[in-house]
Design a protein around this ligand. Sequence first.
Ligand code: ZN
Ligand code: ZN
Length: 261
Amino acid sequence: MKIFDSHCHLDDKSFKQDFGRVIQRATEAGVIRMMTIGINETTSKHALSLAQKHDGIYASVGVHPHDVKNCDESILKGLVKLTENEKVRAWGEIGLDYNRMYSPQQVQENWFERQLAIAAELELPMVFHERDSNGRFLDILKNHGNKINGVVHCFSGNKYELDQYLALGLYIGITGIVTIKNRGAQLRKLVTGVPSDRLLVETDAPYLVPAPQRNHARRNEPAYVKSVLLKLAEVRNESSEELAERVWENTCGFYNLDDRL
Ligand SMILES: [Zn+2]
Ligand SMILES: [Zn+2]
């Protein structure tokens, strides 16, 4: 089984001590490709440097809604420069987060729109983060006009939002939330209605440890994305091998990578 962790944060300091073993455990679990995601200038650079050192690791660059309060045009210019490296395969994570509200709402919206335009210009796939934006995230995507090639990572929305995302042609990123008893109940119902060619799996490591690993691990890591895939196959009543194959192709296609090794 070949698995692609479509969204993780391998630059996180919790991986510093045992990075080699984390990658080894991923490989042993079949997680042979990982997309490590930038959330600001520093982490985007760090993501790229990890990707340059490891075959199966790819990077995305961007400024997260939490971090846009410190964004400016020169930072974005620097990120655009990083995309010249072929290991950078996506722009993000970008979007809106009105749950934590670490950056003011209008500032979030301005930099989200600006980065949408930049990523579209560069023709890079986009990684979206959305939490409690009360329809504003959808409004902005719809106003953007052009066809958007993106994934709503860590999807945890409702049926209406899911239908809208699918209608926009977006991919749906599923995390370990799907394995968690109460918190994942709604998501387990909704994922049965996602066409298999729209599904991606992710850890969002070091966050969101899946239920099967929760009693022995506090930190999530790419190897555990297999638990997400197995739970998805179970609730969708599909063969895990076939679903794994399909999700692998989806992810490679989305990030513009050859799906053959
Ligand atoms: Zn996120
Ligand atoms: Zn993330």
